[in-house]
Write a protein that binds this ligand. Structure first.
Ligand SMILES: Cc1ncc(COP(=O)(O)O)c(C=O)c1O
Length: 459
């Protein structure tokens, strides 16, 4: 690394490169970051460029965010225009036209009677709001004992205490314990490695039916909601069998339990429809959107609820306080302008259709990489696909030590951003991607896998 290059890009201060970089916390180990810092300087389309001028194919949309591509002029112009008009409005006294427009746009687009919107600045705020809305809804309905939230192991719903308590990732939970009470976890539909040792479809979806058993055992009068990502991200792109989400819908209805879809990653066109709820043909009681809904041009998230929930929060202030939840930057005019322009871009350019078409090409390309003999499974929908890495696809034996990070890091060295875990790797490029760029993703993955395998010690 050339220290001078970085410091010239980011400061004139007289500190050393390392001192400089040690002052910012990032999401992984600082020591690694300081040794080999990745600092993006600019971006265009599906390409990033770092401070040294190296280009990276963004096969991850930053982190599932840059839905409409980098340097998208429509969204940039909309935010600039909004900056010149109104940058902030008082959130406690009212709202602003852009926020009201965005709420209406989302309500029109959402399936079923998902029709009222709480805006937020990030995914954790939206999932946290969903948990609170579920509890407050039941309380206003006279069911104040319904407070427990059922979610899944391996899941990630956010960093705030409530959303973290709903999350099922042991590594991120344990360092923050004790977490909030009232959160229960069940196994996700990981068919490739069924936690019940069964096989689909003979299993009759134990992973779904067991949730109703858990609700009964906990006491249906204590359970407020079930929260899931339609396609689970952490845990390795957990794409459920088609009956799974409809079964959750039915069992939640039977038990007067709300169904929440966390579509922070799944939504905004990523699975080939504006909402993953549409991809799976299930209308949940609440949907959380984030990441791709503003394309990364401003921090924006949203919670959309069904009409019967919205109605519950409507009434005489003396008896009904409304939805008790709020953040300073909710409904920021800048973020809402970015959201509206991003949605226009997704719809007018048919980026959902492009996600389906390019997703098929990407899936076929990943299928071709099976010839390396280490891809056990390809999962996901649209432009949200993952591969599970195994030493032996016949036995599903895992690599020990794992190989995922080595491949992901090699891809980065080779100029491509992916999401990698010890045993899986995910690809989710901007929805604007074209066929040639999809082929380039496959070429770079092919090269990276080949190089890592060639360096493995012979067994
Ligand atoms: C499924 C899911 N839900 C919620 C969140 C939290 O969103 P944020 O990081 O914007 O707070 C994330 C973030 O990665 C996520 O992937």
């Amino acid at each position: 690394m050339n220290p001078a290059a970085v410091s010239q890009q980011i400061t004139d201060a007289q500190t050393t490169e390392e001192q400089f970089l040690r002052r910012i916390f990032i999401r992984s180990q600082m020591q690694e970051f300081v040794q080999d810092p990745l600092l993006m300087a600019k971006a265009d389309g599906v390409w990033y460029e770092d401070v040294h001028g190296k280009r990276y194919l963004d096969a991850l949309s930053g982190i599932y965010v840059v839905s409409v591509g980098h340097n998208n002029r429509r969204v940039i112009d909309a935010v600039k225009e909004q900056l010149d008009t109104l940058a902030f409005s008082p959130p406690m006294h009212g709202s602003n036209p852009q926020a009201v427009r965005l709420a209406n746009r989302l309500a029109e687009l959402a399936p079923g009677d998902l029709s009222a919107v709480k805006l937020a600045s990030g995914g954790s705020e939206a999932t946290e709001a969903a948990i609170k809305m579920a509890r407050q809804y039941h309380r206003l309905q006279g069911n104040g004992t319904k407070y427990k939230i059922i979610s899944r192991y391996h899941s990630w719903h956010g960093s705030t205490m409530g959303s973290l308590s709903a999350s099922g990732l042991a590594s991120r939970r344990s360092v923050n314990e004790p977490l909030a009470p009232g959160f229960i976890h069940v196994f996700p539909p990981t068919c490739y490695r069924c936690p019940f040792g069964k096989e689909y479809p003979g299993c009759e979806l134990t992973c779904a039916t067991l949730i109703e058993d858990v609700i009964r055992l906990e006491g249906a009068d204590t359970v407020a909601a079930v929260m899931v990502e339609p396609i689970g991200h952490t845990g390795g792109i957990i794409d459920p069998p088609e009956e799974y989400l409809p079964m959750l819908r039915e069992l939640c209805d039977r038990q007067n339990v709300l169904l929440i879809f966390d579509e922070i990653i799944n939504g905004a066109g990523r699975t080939g429809h504006m909402f993953a709820a549409e991809t799976f043909g299930v209308v949940p009681d609440m949907v959380c959107l984030g990441k791709g809904i503003s394309g990364g041009y401003a921090p924006l998230a949203a919670l959309i609820c069904r009409q019967h929930i919205a109605d519950t929060f409507w009434g005489d202030p003396a008896e009904n306080p409304g939805f008790v939840e709020g953040h300073t930057f909710e409904g920021s005019p800048l973020a809402c302008a970015a959201g509206l322009a991003t949605i226009d871009e997704i719809i007018e350019r048919d980026l959902c259709g492009n996600a389906r078409r390019m997703g098929e090409r990407l899936r076929a390309g990943l299928g071709g990489l099976k010839r390396h003999g280490i891809i056990g499974d390809i999962r996901g929908k649209g432009l949200f696909l993952g591969i599970e890495l195994v030493r032996d696809p016949a036995t599903k034996e895992q690599f020990d030590p794992p190989i995922g990070q080595a491949i992901g890091r090699r891809a980065l060295q080779n100029g491509m951003l992916t999401r990698f875990d010890p045993h899986w790797l995910a690809v989710a490029p901007p929805l604007t991607i074209d066929a040639e760029q999809i082929d380039e993703i496959i070429r770079l993955l092919d090269q990276s896998i080949g190089e890592v395998l060639a360096e493995l010690p012979a067994c």
